[in-house]
Every structure is written in C-alpha cells, then in structure tokens.
Design a protein around this ligand. Structure first.
Ligand code: DX5
Ligand code: ZN
Length: 216
C-alpha cells in the first residue's frame, strides 16, 4: 500500500522541514487539502502553497480540491506543480468535463466522493479516472474518526474498479491510523491518505513504521 502524507496537521511554520522529513521517512506522495470555506467549513490554501511545496520535494503532489466549481482553478493548480488533481463529484455540475480537462493539462485525474454520496456516483466516470478517492470522514478537518461503514464502501468500490477500470487506484482519505489501516488495506485501498497519524509532533519515520508494521 502507498501512503500519501497530508500536510493539514503539519507545522506550517516549518513546512519545508516537515515535508522533507516525510520524504526521508519514505512516504509515497504529498497530499494537499485545498478548502474554500464553502464546499467544506474550513479554509486552507491555494496554488501559491502548492507551488512552494513543489520547490521543496520531488515527491508526487496529490492535490485534493474541496472547493465548489473546481474547473475555475484546474489550470492554476496544474501550473503550480500538482501531479494529481482530484475534484469532488458533489462540487461540480460537470465532473466528466473536469476530469477530461485535468488530463488535457497532462495531470492524473481523480474524483472524490463524500461519505453521504452513493458509491454509484463513480460508475459512469470510473473508466476515465486515474484515482478514485473515497472520503472516510466528512471533509474539512484533520484528526477526525474513521466512519466504520466506510469499509464496506471500499469493498464495493474495489469491485466497481476491478470491473470498469483495473488501472485506477483506490485512495482512502480520513481517519487512517494504526488502528484502522489494516481494515482499509484488507478492504482494497491502494493508497491511504494519512494526516494526523503522521504529522503529530512525533518523528514521521516512527509513525510511518507503525503503520507499515500493521500491514506486515
Ligand atoms: C479531510 C482531508 C484529509 C485529512 C486527513 O478533509 O481531506 O486529507 O487531512 O487527515 P487525518 O489523517 O488526520 O484524518
Ligand atoms: Zn484530502
């Protein structure tokens, strides 16, 4: 399983060090949570920060847009250095158009769904996706508890993915820690986003090792 480190709970005053520590520890991607205070009840950052992160790491930048009408900013995030751009199906009238635009920009395209959205929302678009991101908490904040019914949804998504687009990666986001990672992996996740279980004041390498040990 791959790990995408979400910087949401990192110390932004020492963001370069935090990211470089995660890179040295062996995380696979850096996950950037962009929030607009409308789609989710929190605000974070935009392309300027993505650009700054691009300058301090060679790891793939996995940009998760929790913003309404994300098509307005796809080009900006692509130019800022995003490698993957994920939009929410609930945030746009035209998710297929957004996904195609991301690929036209030369980036990997992801689609995300909230915990309250039926899994079937993926069905028409799965053949076009590089990533299918399943939220396992309500988006907006780091450090929330994994919603237990998510495990069945991961299994369902895996079945859909295997049937419609075996090359698409299943990414799970929210509440993944040493207690939940085993279940998430068993259910079929290819990539786990991890925020507070990696950036929490303890060494990232120790935290990552604790997650990997569960999977051995
Ligand atoms: C929630 C974000 C997540 C979050 C994960 O809105 O999409 O990426 O930062 O954080 P943890 O791992 O703390 O749940
Ligand atoms: Zn995220």
């Amino acid at each position: 399983m791959h790990f995408a480190a979400s910087i949401l709970t990192a110390d932004f005053g020492r963001l370069r060090e935090e990211i470089q520590e995660a890179e040295r520890a062996g995380v696979d991607w850096i996950h950037l949570d962009v929030m607009d205070g409308v789609f989710v009840p929190n605000l974070t950052f935009g392309p300027i920060l993505v650009e700054a992160v691009r300058r301090v790491t060679a790891l793939p930048l996995d940009v998760h847009l929790m913003i309404v009408h994300p098509e307005r900013y796809l080009e900006d995030f692509a130019h800022a250095g995003a490698d993957h751009i994920t939009v929410h199906v609930e945030a746009t009238y035209h998710p297929h158009r957004a996904v195609e635009r991301i690929k036209d920009l030369g980036k990997k395209a992801g689609l995300a769904i909230n915990p309250g959205t039926p899994l079937q929302a993926f069905e028409p678009l799965l053949p076009y996706l590089d990533l299918a991101l399943l939220m396992t908490v309500n988006p907006g904040f780091g450090g929330q508890r994994y919603i237990p019914t998510s495990t069945e949804r991961i299994r369902g998504l895996k079945a859909l993915r295997d049937r419609l687009n075996p090359g698409c990666l299943i990414e799970v986001d929210g509440g993944v820690n040493a207690r939940t990672v085993g279940e998430v992996y068993q259910a079929g996740a290819d990539v786990a986003v991890v925020g507070s279980a990696l950036f929490n004041g303890r060494p990232v390498a120790d935290n990552l090792r604790a997650l990997r040990e569960v999977l051995e």
